[in-house]
Design a protein around this ligand. Structure first.
Ligand SMILES: *[C@@H]1O[C@H](CO)[C@@H](O)[C@H](O)[C@H]1NC(C)=O
Ligand SMILES: *[C@@H]1O[C@H](CO)[C@@H](O)[C@H](O)[C@H]1NC(C)=O
Length: 302
């Protein structure tokens, strides 16, 4: 039986691009180790932060293979997002992920011939589950980016019958009510990874146990501390740290899109230079990078 036991804080890692926009896999072992040292025991490769949808199939595979090697040392859970490309490529990536030994597979919906019903979404995911039958499969719900907003409670109530290795979702939405409804399906049978940096404390206090948030790359100490405070029933402390984290995220993302700004912040705040984002995403101007540096100094992070 396919079993997804991993729950907790999972960093959606960036893909490191060189100055010429080629993929750099050399820093992956160091990146993995630095996250592990900061208490992050799961990584998601090729999610939104990882820009998987902007990469070729060959590039995606090469990055996954390096992460497989890296997590052998760090013992992190390795989740890989295989969607965001034509279905034949998705199937190839799913097969590859299972063959090289990733721990779980996450998949976006079809982005052009979009599913509009639970049944259509399940039909899309079914062959992907079959392409990697021994690996837990999760669905990537991120309506703000995909425009696909299928009810996750209804979906989870039906998907298990059709796809035996289906084990959960990444729930990237600020609608905690809908997320909780998904979490409660069949007595918490499915993992629900909340993707919202500004809602870590509220989510954990409401009963979520798993988070995938971009800030885990460069500010892991905040969510780790929130999780600890919640565990100790210290809501006041959790709320205080969440307010700090949310304020810093607002400063970081003020002058650009999510991924390019978060990459700049990671390069500024950690030992890992994650490089710039790839087209179609745009780079920050030098002025905006300087402004971010000044703002991070003001909150004593630099
Ligand atoms: C999943 O695996 C873990 C570790 O091997 C085990 O403790 C747990 O009972 C298993 N869960 C299910 C539902 O099989
Ligand atoms: C962003 O910067 C990188 C690295 O300097 C460069 O290769 C790329 O072309 C730039 N992207 C855009 C859209 O200008």
């Amino acid at each position: 039986m396919v079993n997804l036991t991993y729950r907790g804080l999972c960093a959606p890692v960036f893909t490191i691009f060189n100055k010429d926009q080629s993929v750099n896999t050399k820093l992956i072992p160091e990146y993995a180790k630095s996250l592990a040292q900061n208490g992050i025991d799961g990584v998601l490769v090729h999610g939104t932060s990882g820009e998987g949808m902007s990469m070729t199939v060959a590039e995606r595979k090469s990055v996954v293979e390096e992460w497989v090697k890296a997590v052998k040392t760090t013992k992190q859970h390795l989740m890989v997002q295989v969607g965001g490309c034509p279905l034949p490529d998705v199937l190839e990536l799913a097969k590859h992920a299972e063959k090289v030994g990733v721990d779980s597979i996450l998949c976006l919906p079809e982005l052009y011939f979009k599913p509009s019903t639970v049944k259509e979404l399940i039909n899309y995911l079914k062959p992907i589950g079959e392409a990697a039958p021994k690996t837990p499969l999760l669905y990537y719900h991120i309506p703000g980016w995909t425009g696909i907003n299928i009810n996750m409670e209804q979906f989870l109530n039906q998907v298990g019958e059709v796809i035996p290795n289906f084990k959960g979702i990444k729930y990237t939405s600020n609608d905690l009510d809908g997320g909780l409804a998904a979490l409660r399906v069949k007595n918490r049978q499915f993992a629900v990874f909340l993707g919202a940096d500004t809602l870590v404390a509220p989510a954990l206090s409401m009963g979520f146990d798993s988070i995938i948030a971009t800030s885990l790359n460069m500010l892991p100490q905040y969510s780790v501390a929130i999780a600890k405070a919640i565990k100790e029933n210290n809501i006041i402390e959790a709320r205080k740290i969440q307010d700090e984290l949310s304020a810093i995220v607002a400063v970081i993302t003020k002058n650009g899109a999510w991924v390019p700004t978060m990459k700049v912040a990671t390069t500024l705040l950690t030992q890992i230079d994650v490089g710039k984002a790839r087209l179609p995403l745009l780079n920050l101007t030098d002025e905006h990078v300087t402004e971010m540096k000044e703002s991070l100094k003001k909150v004593s992070l630099l």
